[in-house]
Design a protein around this ligand. Structure first.
Ligand SMILES: Cc1cc2nc3c(=O)[nH]c(=O)nc-3n(C[C@H](O)[C@H](O)[C@H](O)COP(=O)(O)OP(=O)(O)OC[C@H]3O[C@@H](n4cnc5c(N)ncnc54)[C@H](O)[C@@H]3O)c2cc1C
Length: 375
């Protein structure tokens, strides 16, 4: 009998647990640990902030979902990993102390390094948690005029909600007849002509922003937020009355100091999703050190690869499943400028870019289907 431990109840953890439950026979034990009792479907947080859905529409209880798939759920915080003794230290939860494992799939996501931007925590909204989205929703209710600034800090690695928030805000103000009283600016630390590593994607995005009279400021590496203004490390400043920023991303604290991460704390893995230099440990999702943006569909694909390889190892074979680092997403503009893009991160092929109202609809349908089939 093998004891498989999965850490994290996000896209990576849930898919790893489901895939393993399908592939392993009943004598093996699968346990999922997360400090949050709920799964939150992050890509819907922008719509939540704009009142298009409720928290219950975009979340489900992990314990129930896991029980249905004969996976044990433990609500607790992961404090440390001890790969040499194959143990995980849990705290603040249903189980305290050390939990042993035979195989580990690590999927604790990324840490929001708000401390790297002076004043971020005190003054900026972010849409990266349920609470953050609900607070931003409250701020929107009282916002009728002035300057709205939306953007990414250096090393934020997630442009989708930045663009979707800017488009949603523009439409929201247009519906209220308040668009002329508000200036919306999107700021990015990247160069002007490249987005997601591709000029075609950048052109499609700039055109959609221009249609909504949204200003775009590239090469804007924010380093300080004060009440009413953001400033950059290269001496520029913008005043704001409403601010939503994505902070820098870093790897999770539970693996710090183990010698398995890069300088930013992301875990080094191979294409089989095995943690380099450690036996029987896999890592998937936002916590791994692959380049480019960090996206949910990548976490899902990586989790499927890791689960397949753990099942092979348990059966006495070598890991044979391999991950391919493709970027695929929809940036929902709410109408005909919605963008679908697909680009292989490890090849030189140009991106596939499609635009149209269909993609906005397709994203809604996909999200609902995903939640219905995994809850
Ligand atoms: C607003 C927003 C919009 C997005 N839009 C898109 C999109 O359109 N398309 C797309 O593909 N991706 C999108 N993403 C990105 C996507 O949501 C992430 O890439 C994905 O959630 C990563 O999955 P993960 O399992 O690696 O980590 P997460 O989803 O972050 O899950 C980590 C899990 O670990 C738990 N955890 C963390 N630390 C601990 C600890 N110490 N102890 C115990 N448990 C812990 C957390 O509670 C959570 O359950 C969006 C993200 C956001 C925030």
């Amino acid at each position: 009998m093998a004891n498989v431990l999965i850490l994290g109840g996000g896209f990576g953890g849930v898919i790893a647990a489901e895939s393993l439950a399908r592939q392993l026979s009943k004598e093996h034990q699968i346990t999922l640990v997360s400090h949050n009792s709920q799964f939150i479907f992050y890509p819907e947080l922008v719509r939540l902030a704009f009142g298009k859905c409720k928290p219950t529409d975009i979340s489900f209880e992990l314990r129930e979902a896991m029980l249905d798939r004969r996976v044990r759920f433990i609500q607790a915080e992961v404090a440390r990993i001890k790969p040499n003794s194959r143990r995980v230290v849990l705290t603040n939860g249903e189980v305290e102390g050390e939990l042993p494992y035979d195989y580990l799939i690590f999927a604790l996501g990324r840490r929001l390094a708000t401390e790297r931007i002076t004043g971020f925590y005190e003054h900026s909204h972010n849409l990266l948690t349920l609470d953050g989205a609900l607070k931003f929703r409250e701020a929107l209710r009282g916002f009728h005029e002035g300057s709205a600034v939306i953007g990414q800090c250096p090393e934020a690695r997630l442009p989708v909600p930045v663009y979707e928030t800017a488009f949603a805000l523009a439409r929201w103000l247009e519906e209220r007849g308040e668009k002329d009283r508000v200036k919306i600016t999107v700021v990015s630390p990247d160069a002007a002509d490249v987005e997601f590593g591709d000029t075609k994607i950048a052109r499609a995005l700039r055109k959609a922003l221009a249609e909504h009279h949204i200003e775009y400021r590239a090469d804007f590496p924010i380093d300080t937020v004060t009440p009413g203004a953001i400033t950059t490390s290269n001496g520029h400043a913008i005043n704001y009355s409403l601010l939503m920023l994505l902070p820098p991303f870093r790897g999770p604290g539970a693996v710090r100091g183990l010698g398995i991460t890069d300088e930013e704390g992301f875990i080094g893995v191979d294409r089989a999703m095995r943690v380099q230099g450690v036996e029987r440990m896999y890592a998937v999702g936002d916590c791994v050190n692959f380049g480019g943006p960090k996206l949910g569909h990548m976490a899902v694909h990586q989790a499927e690869v890791a689960a397949a390889n753990v099942a092979l190892e348990i059966a006495g074979f070598d890991p044979a499943s391999r991950y391919n680092h493709d970027m695929m997403m929809v940036i929902d503009e709410g109408g005909e400028d919605s963008i679908y893009l697909h680009k292989g991160w490890w090849d030189d092929e140009p991106a596939i870019v499609r635009q149209g109202r269909f993609w906005s609809w397709a994203k809604r349908v996909h999200d609902k289907y995903w939640l219905a089939t995994h809850s």
